[in-house]
Write a protein that binds this ligand. Structure first.
Ligand code: ADP
Length: 275
């Protein structure tokens, strides 16, 4: 599903002395099927932006269009949020904090069964997802709270994927993981994107991760969209990125230097996304 933001503004704590404009009018298009990274420093408005995509936050002004759903400041115009949330899966930071069922199987089945999928069909989804999220079937009857932190996070992610969302929004899903765990987690989403073609939106402050996994980038700064477009279009504006303290990843910089030094005009400026 394509996603469009049209003049979307968000203010927290309106009418209080603490009122804060976290999104200045934002216009943005995220194409269906893309793997889009939203990149920016802490406090730049990334979480605020993405929470509008499944209606967790309501815009103070403007409109968000997600496929057939429209969200705007006038609540009367809204499609039921429940339908939207079936289409837009949101993985929060530390999603394992939301586990609550007695067993792993029940936890993963909760979402689809809540949307009317039978237990049998939900279990089929669970078995299909387990290898994708890197879990063995022998955890299914365990309590999620007996698992390691990394396994718990995989269970929580499987619970979101089991709803089969058309859009998957990931808010810093690697927070708190060690370097190996980070790579495994990002590979999981990369593989899922390749297999199902789900529109994937990854919030990150890592330029390396954005370079490696995303085909589209949205750069946020002080509550505004500084740049957006294909990864290569955005990376070509390296000076503008540096001005806001986002340096190109070493891999990309090195390739550009080698290309310039040896005048390798046939080599693309940026590496191609690995298939
Ligand atoms: P990011 O995800 O890029 O770190 P956020 O969207 O969390 O940025 O925050 C953007 C701005 O909005 C920050 O200045 C932050 O302090 C403020 N903010 C975020 N959440 C709230 C809230 N619930 N109440 C008031 N201000 C908030």
């Amino acid at each position: 599903m394509d996603i469009s933001f049209k003049g979307v503004e968000h203010r927290y704590m309106i009418g209080t002395p603490f009122e804060k404009t976290a999104l200045h009018p934002v216009d943005l298009f995220i194409p269906s099927g893309s793997f889009t990274a939203i990149i920016g420093h802490t406090g730049s408005g990334k979480s605020t932006l993405i929470q509008h995509i499944n209606g967790l936050l309501n815009p103070s002004a403007g409109e968000i269009v997600i496929g057939k759903f429209k969200l705007n400041a006038d609540k009367k115009n809204k499609q039921p949020l429940r339908d939207l949330r079936q289409q837009v899966g949101l993985v929060f930071q530390y999603p394992e904090h939301q586990l609550f069922e007695e067993t792993v199987a029940k936890d993963i089945c909760f979402g689809p069964m809540n949307y009317g999928v039978t237990e049998e069909a939900a279990m089929r989804r669970v078995r299909e997802l387990l290898p994708l999220v890197g879990l063995n079937e022998d955890v299914l009857e365990s309590s999620p709270f007996q698992l390691s932190g990394g396994q718990m996070r995989r269970v929580a992610i499987a619970g979101v994927l089991a709803i089969r969302p058309s859009v998957l929004v990931l808010d810093e899903p690697t927070a708190g993981l060690d370097p190996e765990g980070r790579v495994q987690m990002l590979e999981l989403f990369n593989n899922y994107h390749k297999e199902y073609g789900t529109t994937t939106i990854l919030v990150t402050h890592s330029m390396e991760d954005a370079a490696k996994y995303a085909d589209h980038l949205v750069v946020m700064n002080n509550g505004k969209i500084e740049m957006s477009g294909t990864r290569d279009q955005v990376f070509k504006e390296s000076e503008r990125l540096s001005e806001i303290g986002l340096d190109l990843p070493d891999t990309v910089r090195l390739l550009a230097q080698v290309k310039k030094k040896f005048n390798l005009t046939e080599v693309p400026l940026l590496f191609e996304k690995e298939e």
